[in-house]
Design a binder for this molecule. Sequence first.
Ligand code: DC
Length: 203
Amino acid sequence: MIIAVDGPAASGKGTLARRLAAHFKIDHLDTGSLYRCVALGVLRAGRDPNNESDAITAAHDVRSLDLSDPDLRDEKVGNAASTVAQFPAVRQILLDYQRQVAAAGAVLDGRDIGTVVCPDADHKFYVTASLEIRAERRIAELLDRGVAVSPDEIREEMAVRDRLDRERATSPLILASDAHLLDTTNLDIDSAFSYALTLIEQN
Ligand code: DC
């Protein structure tokens, strides 16, 4: 079984994807981590995420990087991930690995899973929430990790990242016509999970 979970940053898609994977005892791939690895590789090499050839070089090295590196969670890495994700060649390099994981049966979360990576996924969800609530969640998460934040800056950076991810020419974040829309603005994770499970069991 392949489950695609797409949506913007801090929408709750990662948590939902993890819960579904645990429930069905299949793998979970957070595809945002792959783009974050590329971004971290570029930044650590002292290169520029806006430079396509620097991003491509880092994408070729992505398998040697650690998907659980805590530095991947930095806001500046997330923003740079959105920048490198604009380049079609970077996306192409990461595509094979994502499809390989999916082929064994998995839940993948990201931006283009239901539209490009796994258009034939058995179940597709598009998880979203208002910008305000997503920014609040991200701020709470950063404070929890002891990171000092400027709430206005986080909100603004999230709006910029939303725009980049939604308006890029290749594989933008869009609602697939056959995806279930799940708005978590007023929904906690348990309710979102039960709702998703009910939809899967009905199909
Ligand atoms: O899910 P995330 O916030 O960790 O993702 C970081 C960035 O990676 C996101 O802003 C855009 C990019 N990304 C993408 O373009 N396609 C995906 N399938 C996953 C992430």
